[in-house]
Write a protein that binds this ligand. Structure first.
Ligand code: IMP
Length: 434
């Protein structure tokens, strides 16, 4: 059962790319399962700093098969731009494979995303406006266009012949916008298809063949569990499922083939876009953490909202996703603080509640119950083992572990590949080749 899932445990931007980059050394396949270019994964390694949006972070480990799974929503032009950028930087793309079942983000999707956001006004979700929601909307409405259709003109004409007039009617009648033309769109898409053809495959079969051969598959989660359409802060969520279940569906593995789910958390909280965030800070501490943690969106450049670690939400995520091990990032970011708070409970309407309320309106009214911890005010960037961390930092990590009910096995003390300290059951094991 050698499938490992790396899952975002909060609202995204927990540093999944760095963890995937690290674990990719022990996997033969690295696959993305969900989302599209709304994700932005920063990888810092010996070759430099790279921001990838669609291609799995495993691409930086030579010899790996890197799969864009069936559960993704892929903009072909965006993908080709990313491929060109990596090729220019000397990254080998021969291991790249794209699922023929993945849905396409077409030029009308970002337009629709933008128009819908404008229409929501005050209630806007704060999407990345990359067209991801509308692409998944089409998938579920069974009017989507898939990667396989790019390789076959007849299929492409059939799919677009149905969907484009429908979208155009929406643009002209509801949004008072210009329609898109069919023939230039078809020509553009067929051009992309020709360039992408060598990489397209039935990737679920590649994954199952690899598992049959005893190989290791790493699934790189995108976004994060609190942005899940079912269990996140609906409607302030993304449109694919950034959960363990979503990861299985998005690449074509069965739940019983998964051997471990590694949740990635930051030792504080950040969020981009609208929606409830009970531990949000709006004072000088938030500015300090934003600057120290470089908390600006990889995809949109937006400043991220900052808050204290929310152990109630984290425990909910751990339980629903079968997270047994945790990578905890951002310990170094907290080093500047004298005291650090952790949310250990919520109060709503004068009562204590122990889980995440379903309605966003109720969640927005929740008051966090905090416990306070002493800070360590020492730079942790050079620590190579947990023993080298200050006692207060170790106590903080021990406490988070107890609160969320999963073992912290990796502690991120900086952004570089080497700045990842092993702990607990990973301390003695060989697999994380740090
Ligand atoms: P969408 O996925 O672009 O539709 O955006 C929906 C919500 O998810 C917005 O609040 C986005 O800011 C958030 N979101 C989407 N992708 C990411 C990500 O990779 N990191 C953090 N937030 C994200």
């Amino acid at each position: 059962m050698p499938v490992t899932i790396v899952l975002g445990g909060q609202f995204g931007d927990e540093g999944k790319g760095q963890i995937t980059d690290l674990l990719a050394r022990d996997a033969q396949i690295v696959a993305r399962a969900t989302g599209g270019s709304n994700a932005g994964h920063t990888v810092v390694n010996e070759g430099g700093t790279f921001a990838v949006h669609l291609i799995p972070s495993g691409i930086f480990t030579p010899g790996r098969l890197c799969i864009l799974g069936n559960g993704m929503a892929i903009g072909p032009q965006t993908l080709l731009n990313e491929m060109d950028g990596l090729t220019e930087a000397g990254i080998d793309l021969s291991g790249l494979r794209i699922s023929d079942k993945a849905h396409l983000v077409l030029p009308y999707h970002p337009l629709l995303d933008g128009y819908e956001e404008e229409r929501r006004g005050e209630g806007a979700i704060g999407t990345t406006r990359r067209g991801i929601g509308p692409a998944y909307m089409d998938k579920m409405a069974r009017i989507g266009v898939r990667v396989a259709d790019l390789l076959d003109e007849e299929s492409l004409r059939t799919r677009l012949g149905y969907t484009l007039p429908y979208r155009n009617a929406q643009f002209t009648c509801i949004f008072d916008a210009e329609p898109l033309e069919m023939e230039p769109l078809i020509a553009e898409m067929l051009g992309y298809g020709e360039r992408l053809r060598p990489y397209v495959a039935q990737t679920e079969l590649l994954i199952q063949d690899a598992l049959d051969a005893g190989q290791h598959v790493l699934i790189e989660g995108a976004q994060a569990a609190l942005l899940d359409p079912d269990f996140g802060t609906y409607p302030f969520v993304t449109s694919s499922s950034p959960t363990t279940a979503g990861a299985c569906l998005g690449v074509g593995v069965a739940p019983m083939q998964v051997s471990q789910v590694l949740g990635v958390f930051k030792s504080y909280l950040s969020r981009v876009g609208a929606g409830p965030m009970p531990t949000e800070l709006t004072d000088a501490t938030s500015e300090l953490l934003r600057e120290r943690g470089r908390e600006y969106g990889t995809t949109t450049g937006r400043p991220r909202r900052i808050g204290w670690f929310d152990a109630v939400a984290a425990k909910y995520v751990v339980r629903l996703n079968g997270i047994s091990r945790v990578a905890l990032n951002g310990i170094g970011v907290l080093s500047a603080l004298e005291t650090i708070k952790v949310c250990v409970g919520y109060r709503l309407n004068g009562e204590t509640i122990t889980s995440v309320p379903t309605r966003a309106e109720a969640y927005a009214r929740v008051e966090p119950v905090y416990e306070e911890h002493a800070g360590w005010q020492t730079d942790t960037g050079d620590a190579t083992s947990v023993d080298e961390l200050p006692a207060a930092a170790r106590a903080y990590i021990d406490r988070l572990e107890a609160l969320i009910g999963a073992e912290v096995v990796l502690v991120g003390v900086g952004r570089e590949r080497r700045q990842m300290v092993r702990r607990g059951s990973f301390a003695a094991s060989v697999p994380v080749g740090v």
